[in-house]
Design a protein around this ligand. Structure first.
Ligand code: NAP
Length: 314
């Protein structure tokens, strides 16, 4: 069990966490970053990032995260593999419990991200990340110019993804297991009336085809009313059935909304009700969910932590 008290512990190694590490590192706070099951976060599963400012030719997602990590290390960041299982934010210093280990910290930045929900159908996992199955139209839509794609889901995310994809794709199948979208009326109307979007009602995805070839060749679906099975000949499958913010171990101590996302104090994007504890990135943002917005929140959280430590003895 560790007894030393850290100035700042950052939980998470996505864009938000690593940007917070760069800023707190440069402020000589000697940050400790805890990395969980997906070091580098969601971007490491994307082959190419074309919308991160400063990379006119695009940048490989894994390379971008590796560079952020190197930049953080250069300024004194330390990394440890540890999954936070519970917290005690009423004690001083604050406690992060990681299994049988307790980490003590004056300030904490939580940047644990959100995990896209997946359907779990055969082929989805095998073809995820650069092989045709993706969860982000903003990130990957441009790779499907003049191709047919499918979006799975019936909520606002699915409608939004489908509409965004019409900029690139020839045809967008919107595959939903009911006969109406649950998306807001305005989004549903836009999606259902778009000439490039073909709604495939009452249909559940059964399998993503193309595993042997290493890239998506189709989406097998089953009509839930007739039980008929057919294959949509698509090159891309966009899974848009919602996200799960990774806030579980912290939720009892901090406010979360009905979707489980952290709810920062009114007037701030990153401050929580616990002084010295900040949130950043997708775990606190279900609206923008971009690498650059996560990085921006990581920067804000780091500056807030730095100021708080200066006032409270860092
Ligand atoms: P959501 O509203 O929970 O919708 C998820 C959709 O996926 C539902 O239609 C659901 O079907 C379907 N689904 C779930 N599991 C499935 C499975 N295994 N196979 C096939 N389909 C499955 O999630 P969301 O669309 O991500 O929205 C989350 C929240 O963010 C909502 O409050 C939404 O309004 C908000 N949001 C807003 C905007 C915007 O305003 N621009 C954009 C995105 C999200 P069922 O309908 O049968 O349950």
């Amino acid at each position: 069990m560790s007894t030393s008290v850290e100035n700042v512990v950052i939980v998470g190694t996505g864009c938000a966490g690593l940007t917070a590490a760069i800023y707190t590192g440069r402020a000589n706070l000697n940050p400790l970053v805890l990395e969980g099951s997906l070091p580098g976060g969601q971007l490491t599963t994307t082959s190419e990032v074309e919308n991160f400012p400063g990379f006119p030719e695009g940048v490989d997602g894994f390379m971008l995260m590796d560079n952020l990590r190197k930049q953080a290390t250069k300024f004194g960041t330390r990394f440890e593999q540890a999954m936070v299982t519970s917290v005690d934010f009423e004690s001083s210093p604050k406690k992060l419990v990681c299994g049988d280990r307790v980490i003590l910290a004056r300030s904490i930045i939580i940047a644990t991200g959100a995990s896209p929900r997946m359907t779990g159908i055969p082929g989805e996992k095998e073809l995820y990340g650069g092989k045709g199955v993706t969860t982000c139209a903003t990130c990957d839509g441009a790779f499907y110019r003049k191709m047919d794609v499918a979006v799975i889901g019936g909520g606002d995310s699915a409608a939004e993804e489908a509409l965004f994809l019409t900029r690139f794709a020839s045809k967008v199948y919107l595959v939903h297991r009911r006969d109406t979208l649950r998306a807001s009326k305005i989004m549903a109307d836009r999606a259902t009336s778009h000439p490039k979007i073909v709604c495939v009602w009452d249909s559940a995805p059964v399998a993503v085809e193309g595993v042997e070839a290493g890239s998506v060749s189709g989406l097998r679906i089953k009509n839930l009313k007739t039980e008929a099975v057919s294959v949509l000949p698509v090159k891309g499958v966009f899974v848009a059935i919602g996200h799960q913010p990774n806030t579980g171990p912290f939720a009892p101590a901090l406010d979360v909304d009905e979707g489980g996302y952290f709810k920062p104090l009114i007037g701030s994007q990153v401050q929580t009700k616990v002084p010295g504890v900040y949130v950043a990135g997708d775990c606190a943002d279900h609206v923008y969910r971009q690498a650059i917005t996560a990085a921006g929140m990581g920067c804000q959280a780091a500056i807030e932590a730095e100021r708080w430590l200066a006032e409270h003895g860092g």
